[in-house]
Ligand binder design. Structure first.
Ligand SMILES: *Cc1c(COP(=O)(O)O)cnc(C)c1O
Length: 422
């Protein structure tokens, strides 16, 4: 499989190049040059096979020219080191829980796969991954690269601007994960990282690389859990499946559509908060990105979803095709909290705000004869303050930063350079 850029069909690269580069020229995104269609037998035989086995077959279509079968097996085993169970919530509605990984959000799946692919490609060279974070990405990347051979990770976060729980998730690891607390803002952190990438001396010394969020290696493994969910439901003889995907940058939705294009018999619903750029696009055919607004489901506060370009590619740039296959709905904060409250009282299940958006939209759109699955993208304790608006008794997370390690630096490039040069 070759990969092409969404902005230039003539830019053709291998999987290895796509992963190592991260971004195509002119800010294009890498996409697979074609989508393999699975035979019907694949689906009929699914429930006799392990998830790892299925994952290797699916991913090898996309990676086999760059990663041998034995290495892929090891990468898959490390990527799927936690379960993604299907949990019944009420009649015909299931939660697909994606929060059983080390940082309790689905981003662990993509971060783990990407980190292992990158480590495979750089082999004996030592690389340093440099990331600026405002909270969540840093912890997923840190955990994704934790104890990966040959890779050092340096994370910069703005002092006092991440939650204690997020800080704990980054600073409690140690080993190959180093954390810098910057006396400045997130923008200062980003600017320091950029200066380091522009510093040729440092670059040749440390082999710097980024853990770009739109790396194709983060997207591909996210298609797997849609197949696993289908497999898990086979024994219940499900009706037509409808997946509701709480969406921000549309990565999870794009991975689901990829699964659909490969033959997975399922329908998709994009569940959004009031950042509704994609909902408006599906309704009108006009794509108008805008600034994001703050909501209770803040990991979905995206006004210009980065994977929109990949979805356009999958639908050949044709709005009619996309809106015929993808449903959408947008929900406000009040409804999100009501949903959490109601599901807790009636079904004894604690939703996180993102899952609440997903489940609410699912209930609105689910038709007679369909089985609904919403993605529960994070553990409620990651968003405990919001959860307490609906469920006041929800406990405070206890965080002990005692054994944690970080280094404080000023927002001067010299401080970062000196730290990295050591
Ligand atoms: C990132 C994130 C989302 C949004 O996913 P996209 O792939 O960006 O659409 C939803 N929920 C949680 C908890 C997230 O961290």
């Amino acid at each position: 499989m070759k990969y092409i850029s969404t902005r230039n069909q003539a830019e053709i690269v291998s999987f290895e190049e796509a992963v190592v580069k991260g971004l195509a020229q002119n800010k294009g995104l890498f996409v697979p040059q074609h989508i393999p269609l699975l035979p019907v037998d694949f689906f009929n035989n699914m429930n006799t096979r392990s998830n790892e086995d299925i994952a290797c077959e699916l991913l090898s279509f996309f990676t086999k020219e760059s990663i041998d079968a034995v290495s892929l097996e090891a990468i898959v085993a490390q990527t799927l080191s936690f379960p993604t169970p299907i949990v019944p919530i009420k009649d015909n509605i299931y939660a697909l829980e994606l929060f059983h990984g080390p940082t309790q959000a689905f981003k662990d799946v993509g971060a783990r796969f990407m980190s292992r692919c990158l480590a495979h490609f750089v082999k004996n060279k030592k690389v340093t991954i440099l990331v600026a974070t405002s909270g969540d990405t840093g912890s997923a990347v840190a955990n994704g690269f934790f104890e990966v051979e040959g890779v050092e990770v340096v994370i910069l976060f703005p002092k006092g601007k991440v939650s204690p729980y997020q800080e704990y998730q980054m600073t409690s690891l140690g080993k190959n994960i180093q954390v810098l607390e910057v006396e400045g803002t997130f923008d200062d952190c980003q600017s320091l990282v950029k200066q380091a990438f522009d510093d040729e001396n440092l670059n040749s010394q440390r082999n710097l690389s980024s853990a770009n969020s739109i790396n194709i290696a983060r997207l591909l493994p996210q298609m797997l859990y849609y197949f696993f969910a289908y497999k898990d439901l086979l024994s219940t003889q499900p009706k037509e499946l409808l997946f509701s995907v709480p969406s921000g940058n549309l990565g999870n939705l794009t991975a689901g559509i990829l699964a659909k294009k490969m033959g997975l018999p399922a329908n998709f619903l994009a569940a959004m908060n009031t950042n509704d750029t994609f909902d408006l696009y599906l309704k009108s055919g006009n794509y108008s990105p805008k600034s994001s607004v703050f909501t209770y489901s803040n990991a979905m506060d995206v006004g210009a979803p980065s994977n929109f370009e990949r979805l356009e590619y999958l639908y050949k740039g044709q709005w009619e095709l996309m809106q015929a296959e993808i449903q959408s709905l947008s929900v406000d904060n009040v409804t999100t909290v009501q949903q959490m409250q109601q599901v807790y009282e009636q079904n004894n299940y604690i939703l996180d705000p993102h899952g609440a958006v997903g489940m609410y939209c699912l209930e609105q759109k689910l038709k007679e004869g369909q089985t609904g699955i919403f993605l529960e993208t994070a553990h409620p304790k990651k968003f405990e303050q919001i959860v307490r608006k609906a469920i006041p008794s929800f406990p405070n997370a206890v965080v002990d930063l005692g054994g944690c390690q970080k280094t404080t630096i000023r927002k001067n490039y010299e401080d970062l350079r000196d730290f990295l040069a050591d």
